[in-house]
Design a protein around this ligand. Structure first.
Ligand code: SF4
Length: 187
């Protein structure tokens, strides 16, 4: 764990990522392969960051009694009126009404509730901070893209909350995906 912490503090994963991106650019590997390798490297960097942060936070997170699970609204199977979730402006978050068995948010909500979490389906990072602050939570599991998870670290430190991140397996503004097995192992 000490080696992991030292490597993380030295930002080794970012240094390696930057060098890999330089190689991609120098040898025009994006053009040669037709793949977006620079984005793929960023994803790997984000994954490393999330995994290491989770490992460093895990012990304190497990001591937390009052926990929240924050899910991204973009992973709902529908983002229009077909989604029956109620938006609660006071929280602010959606409350899933389990209208579709196949919906990832429905399944993730059930997992969280079964493990004693308060579950919120949030439209963005600002809402997440407000929920955590007003709910006086001690621990949080957040499901989001790498960028959002990184942006959430500052508010967590400020609020003294220990967190675990689950990175989305498909990013975007709609139809995003998460790995339920990964979520279950983190909860
Ligand atoms: S299961 Fe929940 S989140 Fe999914 S579409 Fe229905 S109400 Fe919306």
């Amino acid at each position: 764990m000490q080696i992991l912490e030292s490597a993380y503090k030295a930002r080794l994963h970012r240094v390696l990522g930057t060098n890999a991106k330089k190689l991609v650019k120098a040898f025009k590997l994006d053009e040669v392969t037709g793949l977006n390798l620079a984005d793929a490297i960023t994803l790997v960097e984000d994954l490393v960051e999330v995994q290491v942060t989770n490992a460093l936070q895990r012990e304190e997170f497990e001591k937390a009694h009052r926990r929240a699970l924050l899910l991204p609204h973009c992973a709902r199977s529908h983002m229009d009126r077909q989604c029956m979730a109620d938006f609660d402006a006071a929280t602010p978050s959606y409350k899933c009404r389990a209208c579709r068995d196949s919906c990832l948010i429905n399944k993730a909500t059930a997992l969280g509730k079964a493990r004693g979490y308060d579950v919120y389906v949030v439209p963005g990072g600002a809402c997440a901070e407000r929920i955590l602050k007003e709910g006086k939570y001690e621990g949080v599991v957040g499901v989001a893209c790498g960028m959002e998870l990184k942006m959430g670290l500052g508010p967590l430190r400020k609020l003294g909350i220990h967190g675990q991140g689950v990175i989305l397996t498909k990013n975007g503004c709609v139809n995003t995906s998460l790995d339920l097995q990964n979520l279950e192992s983190v909860l």
